[in-house]
Design a protein around this ligand. Structure first.
Ligand SMILES: Nc1ncnc2c1ncn2[C@@H]1O[C@H](COP(=O)(O)OP(=O)(O)OP(=O)(O)O)[C@@H](O)[C@H]1O
Ligand SMILES: [Mg+2]
Length: 249
């Protein structure tokens, strides 16, 4: 039996009076590639960010890997440990402008994981090679295209060898011309790596292509959850049908 790598119980998140996530319950097994789709403002980013406490849940229990944080009562140390379980690829890359590609990939290995510099450098070079950017290792972000910057972001996320990789619309800030190189990089990872991935994306045909499971979020809830075929080819939920129509899928 494959074990669960993520378990979420009764998760909710309010911003002031606004209920953004409402009673989410979800388990994700090791090696699953989960695409999360849904209308804008529906809580997809907020959801992803609760998994590493970048957003603090209002209620609920989050387990990633072997660490559980219960919103009712937790310690700083538990949050630190939770954050070590996953790593995130952001829409806007979030690279340090004053560091080279190599230094960006090494940074959290050295500062958060206490890996020594020599070893961190080796790991970082290996990950840059995986995303096809070894020749750009000494370039600063301003000298890289958006697609290259995002591939550095992916190398950085991979470098810490997380149990779960989280992608929040990794291609939506890119020029249309640069989208496919990033999608190809992610696709290659899915084929060669065995990391569990959660991928918020508006690239629905990409979701169909790479995901083993698709989740449709609507108004802070999981409105549909199934195989790409169930969700994208035979949607039963009315809001999902409408969403797919609007997105011309
Ligand atoms: N830090 C915050 N403070 C207050 N409200 C927030 C905050 N972050 C998000 N929200 C609100 O929570 C709701 C959900 O936002 P979220 O960014 O999770 O949506 P999303 O599904 O990722 O949308 P998109 O597809 O546009 O990225 C929105 O109404 C947003 O305004
Ligand atoms: Mg978002």
């Amino acid at each position: 039996m494959t074990k669960n790598v993520i378990e979420i119980e009764n998760l909710s998140k309010n911003f002031g009076d606004q209920k953004v996530l409402e009673d989410i319950n979800l388990t994700i097994k090791d090696n699953e590639i989960v695409a999360i789709i849904g209308p804008s403002g529906t809580g997809k980013s907020t959801f992803l960010r609760t998994l590493n406490h970048l957003n603090e849940p209002t209620t609920g229990k989050i387990t990633v890997g072997d660490v559980t944080v219960d919103a009712a009562s937790y310690t700083k140390k538990q949050v630190q440990q939770l954050r070590m379980q996953s790593s995130m690829v952001f829409q806007n890359y979030n690279l340090f402008k004053n560091m080279t590609a190599l230094e960006n990939v090494m940074e959290s290995l050295v500062t958060v994981r206490n890996v020594n510099k020599k070893e961190a450098r080796e790991i970082a070079l290996e990950q840059l090679e995986r995303v096809g950017l070894l020749d750009k290792k000494d370039a600063y972000p301003s000298r890289l295209s958006g697609g290259q910057q995002q591939r550095v972001g992916i190398a950085r996320a991979l470098a810490v060898d997380p149990k779960v990789l989280l992608f929040d619309e990794p291609t939506s800030a890119l020029d249309p011309m640069l989208v496919s190189e990033v999608l190809q990089t992610i696709k290659k990872l899915v084929e060669t790596d065995h990391t569990t991935m959660l991928l918020v994306t508006h690239e629905i045909s990409f979701a169909r292509d790479v995901a083993s499971r698709v989740i449709f979020m609507n108004e802070g809830r999981i409105a549909a959850d199934g195989t790409p075929d169930e969700i994208l080819s035979n949607p039963t939920d009315k809001n999902l049908q409408q969403f797919l129509n609007i997105n011309q899928y």
